[in-house]
Every structure is written in C-alpha cells, then in structure tokens.
Design a protein around this ligand. Structure first.
Ligand code: ATP
Ligand code: MG
Length: 436
C-alpha cells in the first residue's frame, strides 16, 4: 500500500515542522562545511609532512650501511606508517584508478630515484604497502595504515545540545504565535452576548493587541445591534397590546354573527402573538428576577394543580424533595411552555424529576413527536412544523425559543428527543445543585 506524506493538520505542527526542518538543515549544512574545511586543511598539512618525512627516512636508510639499518627502523616509525627491510606481505597490485593521495605524494618524492610498486593488503583493517629497492639492492617496504581522523568526544554532545536548543526555540516561537489565535478562537466560540461578554486582554504584541481590540469592538457592535432588534420587537409587541384590547372591546359590542366570532378568534391569535413577542424579547435580556431557594416538589405540585383546575391531564412523578437555588418565575414559564406543547400536540403531559447528577426535569408526552431532522429547528423562534400549522394547534412558534433562553438563563440546557414507543421528551438539565 502506498503511504502519501500528509501535511499536518494543526497550524502549530506545520509551523514546528517548517522551523525545525529549516533550522536543522541550515545547522547541518554549517557543521558539514566546517568539518570539510577542517578536514581538507588538515589533510594538506599532513600530506606535506608525510612527503618530507618519507623522503628523509628513505634517504637515511639508503645511506646507512646495511648492518645498521634494522636499528634505525624503530626510530623512523610513525603512528600511521613504518619501514620493513623485506619484500612485505603478499597482496594485490593497487589499481591506479583508486590510489590514495598519500600514494601520489610518495610517487612525487621517490619515483625519480626508485622503482616503486604498491600493493593493497587485505587484512582485518585493510592497508597498503609501497615497495622499492635501496641502492645496494636491499628491499624496503613502507607499510602505510591510513587512519580515520578522530572525532572529538564533545562533538556529539554539542550537536545534541544544539538540537535541544533548536527544539526549545521552535516550541517557544510556535507557542507565542499560536496562543493568541487559540484564545481568539475560544472567545469567538464562547461568544455569548447576553450572559457573559468575554473581554479579551488588549495587551501584547501589536498584531495580537489589534486582533483583541477588533474582537472586543465587534462583540460590542453585535450586542448593540441585537439589543436594538430585540427592543424593536418588544416595543412593537408592547404598543400593539392597547389597540388590540380596544378592538376586542369594540367587537364585544357588535351584534352576534359568524363574522364577530371569526374576528374575535383572530384578535385572540394576534394578542397571543404579541404576548409571546414581549415574552421572547424579555427572555433574551438579563433577568431582574432574584434567585431564591425553592422547594421543588411543592412548586411543581402547585404548577400541575393549576392545570388540573382547568381540567387538563398533567401527571407529576417527583420523588423526595429537592431544594433548588433558582428563579421561580422563569422556571414556571419554562415548564409551562413545555407542558402547553405536550397538551397541545398530545393531549396529555407527564412531568418527571430526576435527581441523579444534578437536577433534571422532563416533560413527556405520547403525541406525534418531532421528525429527527427538525429537532434543532423547532428551538428557533417562529419555527413551526408544517403539520402543526392548523387552527387547532395555532401558535406563534416562540414557545420553545423562549424555553431555550430561559433554560440558559437558569444555567441549564434544554434538549428535545423522541421517546421510544412514540411521543416527545423535553428535558431541562439544571446542572448540579446543592441539596440539603
Ligand atoms: P407557541 O408555543 O409560540 O404558542 P408553538 O407551540 O407552535 O407556538 P413552539 O412551542 O416553539 O411553538 O414549538 C415549535 C413547534 O415544535 C411546534 O409548532 C410543533 O410543531 C413542534 N412541537 C413542539 N412541542 C411538541 C410536542 N410535544 N409534540 C410534537 N410537536 C411538538
Ligand atoms: Mg408552544
């Protein structure tokens, strides 16, 4: 299987990769150039010395009487080469194409006076020997063992240190570049104009400070824009209430007729719309209602009791007693909207209280439920399902939108899901609450 190299997904890993690769390459190139330079100058120097030394040693041996030569061999020996007064070890004639530079040096100094031949000696550490005959016919072998130039023990340590420094510098640079971006993304993600406007710190490098200032002013502008719209909705809804009440009064004084009934019912619908409009506008603003400790079971019993008084089928299943720190009017309004929906679309509702891992309130029904793909949309203002657009279940489509706002303002969440066996469950999770 072919593995294609993939560009990393995060900006941090991309920047790290670019920085680290280029820094390591640049550093590697600098070290290699330095090493090469050092190697070639050391080689030139060594070859010069070698050339002079071999010429002198051969000249000394040649001028010495044959009997004294063996005693001089030890003195003329060097770490990389030594002299033998024999034919040398058997080996292969050296290929002229692969001659080391030291062979060429020897040729230059000795070839004019002596007949030279070179042999590669295969050994545990391969080396070569140069053969010549001294003027009196005695054979002389120069055994040369080229050495690998030693690496200083501190070199790997220094290289590792440099690499660690590069890694640390890359990490620091990438973190400095990415952090403000992550902070900005988080702030945008958590943008909640009603509850907690996030004010980004406007300090730091110019670009970061500029982005923070731009974000803060954008947030302010959006908040002002939304507030203006909501205030407009509230004002229109509020101001419509008086003429509607006046119209209702006038209709009441009309003679009985089918038209009067239709007009009355239309006015009722308009009044409902206006009331819901005001309620929605209010629910989006920070509430002025104070939080208090609320005994949940008696509170729910009274709520359900009100429905029983008007002959509605609402059941309550609450075990034990939970004390909540909450705003009772907001909670009542929230549950009323959910129970009203259950009654409207299913004819009956059941209210359940769960106390595990916080407080959860459920409003259940056995009605038609909501298609899965519309579960999120029905939470939007003025969204109603086509099937419910009939006179019997007439509404404005604001009930659930208000419920969402109220649940959020109580520090909780609202979730809808279809029940097994049919019907809808609207679940309000209020989060952990200290029970006494
Ligand atoms: P309003 O509550 O403003 O009088 P509404 O009840 O139509 O009008 P929402 O409460 O926001 O508006 O509900 C939106 C839509 O979601 C409804 O029109 C309905 O189609 C669907 N819906 C809500 N609750 C249920 C339910 N319990 N069963 C089936 N469908 C529901
Ligand atoms: Mg409703």
């Amino acid at each position: 299987m072919k593995h294609r190299l993939r560009w990393p997904r995060t900006l941090a890993s991309r920047l790290s990769l670019i920085f680290l690769t280029s820094l390591v390459l640049a550093q590697g190139l600098a070290v290699a150039l330095q090493a090469y330079e050092r190697y070639s100058s050391a080689k030139t120097l060594m070859l010069g010395n070698f050339e002079r030394d071999v010429a002198t040693s051969v000249a000394i041996l040649d001028r010495l009487p044959a009997a004294e030569r063996p005693a001089w061999l030890k003195r003329l020996e060097r770490p990389n080469y030594r002299y033998q007064l024999d034919e040398g070890a058997p080996g292969q004639a050296m290929d002229s194409g692969s001659e080391p530079t030291s062979v060429q040096s020897m040729r230059m100094t000795l070839a004019p006076d002596y007949a030279l031949s070179f042999r590669d000696i295969p050994d545990s550490r391969p080396h070569y020997q140069a053969h010549l005959r001294l003027k009196d016919g005695q054979p002389l072998t120069i055994d040369v063992r080229p050495s690998v130039s030693p690496v200083s023990p501190w070199l790997p340590v220094t290289l590792a240190g440099q690499l660690a420094l590069l890694l640390a510098a890359t990490w620091l640079a990438v973190r400095t570049a990415i952090r403000p971006l992550t902070r900005l993304a988080k702030a945008v993600d958590n943008l909640d104009l009603k509850q907690h406007p996030v004010h980004l710190d406007e300090q730091g490098p110019t670009e970061v400070a500029y982005a923070a200032i731009a974000f803060n002013s954008m947030q302010g502008r959006i908040a002002a824009y939304v507030k203006e719209r909501v205030q407009l909705l509230a004002a229109i809804s509020h101001d419509l209430q008086t003429p509607i009440t006046r119209m209702k009064l006038r209709v009441e004084f009309m003679d009985d007729s089918p038209d009067k009934d239709k007009l009355w019912s239309d006015l009722g619908e308009i009044q409902h719309l206006v009331k819901e409009g005001v309620a929605y506008a209010r629910s989006t603003e920070p509430s002025s209602e104070a939080s208090c400790r609320l005994q949940l079971t008696p509170f729910l019993e009274s709520l359900v009791g009100d429905y029983h008084d008007t002959g509605k089928d609402v059941q309550l299943a609450a075990a034990g007693n939970l004390v909540l720190d909450t705003r009772p009017q907001a909670l009542r309004r929230l549950l009323t909207n959910l129970i009203d929906n259950a009654l409207k679309f299913a004819g009956a509702a059941q209210v359940q209280v769960l106390t595990e891992g916080g407080c959860t309130l459920r409003v259940l029904d056995r009605g038609p439920g909501i298609p899965e793909e519309a579960l999120a949309q029905v939470l939007q203002p003025f969204y109603r399902l086509e099937s419910s657009r009939n006179r019997d279940t007439g509404g404005t489509g604001l009930g659930l939108a208000i419920a969402v706002q109220l649940a959020e303002s109580l520090g909780g969440t609202l979730r809808l899901y279809n029940r097994e066996g049919g019907g809808l469950c609207a679940e309000v999770s209020l989060g952990p609450n200290p029970a006494p």
